[in-house]
Design a protein around this ligand. Structure first.
Ligand code: NAP
Length: 248
């Protein structure tokens, strides 16, 4: 199991789902974990409790990742308190599904702001301290639909495809400073985000997955931890698919 002792990991959207599983995975491996969330206090507190139980030191950071000023301030405070930031997981994301003909401007803007600009805000904020340390790993949460598309998710899949471009460009920009940037592209994962899918549609989806099941948040967290770890020291600009064979 990779060891993150002495390291600081910041996970956006760490209160629930994949983000929570990432927080627990880092805590279990000895990292100090900063848990960002948007507003769900109860869920964030539960992540903190579980991460502490797993042996980690935890800090809760409530801010909207789309707000560049708030993101920069939070990272500044984190580095001032804990002295460093080694891992950033850009996990916070929103999906507002619907056909293009019925798109509302506000929903387009919100998905772009949280999923793309949010990731950029955090990457920008951690870049300087990581450059000073000459060490860092950033993992962005893309999606299978960013690569294969999905009717009803035109905007969401566009934001997830954008994260692949962001990952590759930033990987090139930061590689010489020993900062690696990678992405994970999950398939359909059993979290609040996919709870809204009706049971009949769920069964149809499962038929498209060679592994025969939805993924778990832990399946994704394991891939995130690998990309952030020393074991992946020569991996950068990569997109790791965690989708049970749904798209290959
Ligand atoms: P989720 O269960 O819906 O949880 C979303 C998390 O993001 C929550 O912790 C939420 O905080 C946080 N969040 C939302 N907007 C935010 C904002 N503006 N600022 C800060 N935090 C914000 O999501 P999930 O299913 O775990 O997905 C996590 C990531 O994986 C997303 O980027 C998603 O697009 C991607 N992904 C998911 C799947 C899937 O099948 N589930 C597949 C592929 C990719 P609060 O609790 O405070 O609301």
């Amino acid at each position: 199991m990779s060891d993150f002792s002495g390291q600081v990991a910041l996970v956006t959207g760490g209160s629930r789902g994949i983000g929570r599983a990432c927080c627990l995975a880092f805590a279990k491996r000895g990292a100090k974990v900063a848990v960002n969330y948007a507003g769900n206090e109860a869920a964030a507190a539960e992540t903190a409790r579980l991460a502490q139980e797993a042996g980690g030191e935890v800090k809760l950071l409530r801010f909207d990742v789309a707000d560049g000023v708030a993101a920069a301030k939070a990272v500044e405070e984190l580095v001032s308190d804990w002295g460093r930031v080694d891992v950033l997981v850009n996990n916070a994301g929103v999906a507002v599904d619907g056909l293009v003909v019925r798109l509302k401007d506000e929903d387009v803007e919100r998905q772009l702001a949280v999923n793309v600009k949010g990731a950029l805000n955090l990457a920008k904020a951690v870049s300087r301290p990581m450059m000073k340390q000459r060490q860092g790993a950033i993992v962005n949460l893309s999606s299978v639909v960013g690569e294969m598309g999905n009717a009803g998710q035109t905007v969401y899949s566009a934001t997830k495809a954008a994260l692949i471009g962001l990952t590759k460009s930033l990987a090139r920009e930061l590689a010489s400073r020993n900062i690696r940037v990678n992405a994970v592209a999950p398939g359909f994962i059993d979290t609040d985000m996919t709870q809204v899918i009706p049971e009949a549609q769920r069964q149809k989806l499962i038929e498209l997955i060679p592994s025969g099941r939805l993924g778990t948040a832990e399946d994704v967290a394991n891939a995130v931890v690998f990309l952030a770890s020393r074991e992946a020291a020569y991996v950068t600009g990569e997109v790791l698919r965690v989708n049970g064979g749904m798209y290959m």
